[in-house]
Ligand binder design. Structure first.
Ligand SMILES: [Zn+2]
Ligand SMILES: [Zn+2]
Length: 365
């Protein structure tokens, strides 16, 4: 069928909304009419070709929508079902077989390599191959998605708000709720208060963490962090976060840190905000880190680890987050700014500039 999609034709090229051909769903796939899609920093990186992406490509990996058609092998979804889309996982490798889909051995292959589960792509334009992304390519009016990627969204839940839960929000919240699992009274530092960091912070408040220290360099973000549950905000341009945390904790440091900026120096700062036996979860895509590993990690019995997709099994974790939202415990709407699909360039720009914490493109109802 003919659909509308935002196509990026080359590295750093603009998003051009064009007519594209979308193949029919196969046995294990579902055709979804896209309602909305969040924009994640991974989309911004892919537009620059950071992941070796093959162009032209349709990006977008935080989609939501309504099922129009389900393949013969799909029992879980039927036309009319409201769904959110998350990342691709194979379901067969050792990690997937043991319930750890976030560690799927085909994670890169299925999400970044430009093809779907079957090695092809459902997208083409004038007979030319167009790469897909995360098995979704949700910057489009419609998407063909494997059943593994899909999670049902309850009636009454706004699909525009459910959309970004599929990646950024579950990454931040999952790093706290699935991996760190603090108990009430544990202290935590959240470094980098974008969409992922704010989600980690809201999860820390759900767990009863105290203190919750938000670290960023933008005052407006820190104000929102305080509104969402931070007990102390530190602007790292004006104040040393390690010193601030030590003053708050009688010199002991906090139990946990979540680092979302992806900047090596900030990871090192987050490490040193924790005390002995501290655990530091790094969610941002960081490439270089200079640290005295013996003094700052080993001798302090600290654990420094990287987290992908918040150690989340989306089919189990996303419904939990949506129910927290519905109960008023997880106000993700405070992070979201809506844009018409046609304004995708502006939405991406606002995301890069930090004007919008979590831009969400709206394709339809
Ligand atoms: Zn797998
Ligand atoms: Zn993402």
């Amino acid at each position: 069928m003919k659909i509308e999609a935002a196509v990026v034709h080359e590295v750093n090229g603009p998003y051009l909304i064009e007519e594209v051909e979308l193949a029919a769903p196969r046995a294990d796939e579902v055709l979804v009419k896209v309602s909305a899609s969040g924009i994640c920093h991974t989309d911004v990186g892919a537009q620059k070709g950071d992941f070796g992406n093959i162009f032209p490509i349709v990006l977008g990996h935080e989609g939501s929508g309504v099922v129009m058609e389900a393949g013969s092998g799909v029992k879980e979804f039927k036309p009319g079902d409201r769904v959110a889309m998350s990342f691709s996982w194979c379901g067969e490798c050792p990690a997937c077989s043991t319930g750890r889909s976030w560690g799927c051995s085909r994670l890169y292959d299925l999400n970044f390599a430009g093809h779907d589960y079957y090695g092809g792509t459902p997208l083409s334009r004038n007979g030319e191959r167009v790469s897909c992304f995360f098995g979704q390519s949700s910057f489009a009016s419609h998407a063909v998605v494997h059943k593994n990627n899909l999670v049902r969204v309850p009636d009454g839940m706004d699909l525009r708000i459910a959309a970004p839960v599929g990646c950024g929000i579950q990454t931040g919240a999952g790093s706290v709720l699935n991996y760190l699992r603090p108990v009430p009274g544990n202290g935590i530092v959240v470094s980098g208060c974008g969409g992922v960091g704010m989600s980690a912070l809201m999860a820390a408040r759900l767990c009863g963490c105290d203190p919750i220290v938000a670290v960023d360099v933008v005052d407006s973000r820190l104000e929102l962090a305080l509104e969402l549950g931070a007990t102390r905000a530190v602007n790292a341009k004006r104040e040393n976060p390690v010193q601030a945390v030590h003053e708050l904790t009688g010199g002991r440091g906090v139990e946990y840190a979540v680092e979302c900026s992806g900047i090596g120096e900030c990871i090192r700062t987050a490490v040193n905000c924790t005390g002995a036996f501290g655990v530091i979860a790094v969610c941002g895509a960081a490439y270089d880190l200079r640290i005295n590993f013996h003094e700052e990690v080993t001798a302090m019995h600290r654990t420094l680890t990287g987290i992908i997709e918040g150690h989340s099994n989306p089919k189990l974790f996303i419904p939990k987050l949506l129910s927290f939202y519905e109960k008023g415990l997880f106000p993700i709407d405070k992070l979201i700014k809506f844009y018409d699909f046609k304004d995708i360039e502006q939405a991406v720009e606002d995301s890069v500039q930090g004007i919008a914490l979590k831009p969400v493109l709206v394709m339809g109802s």
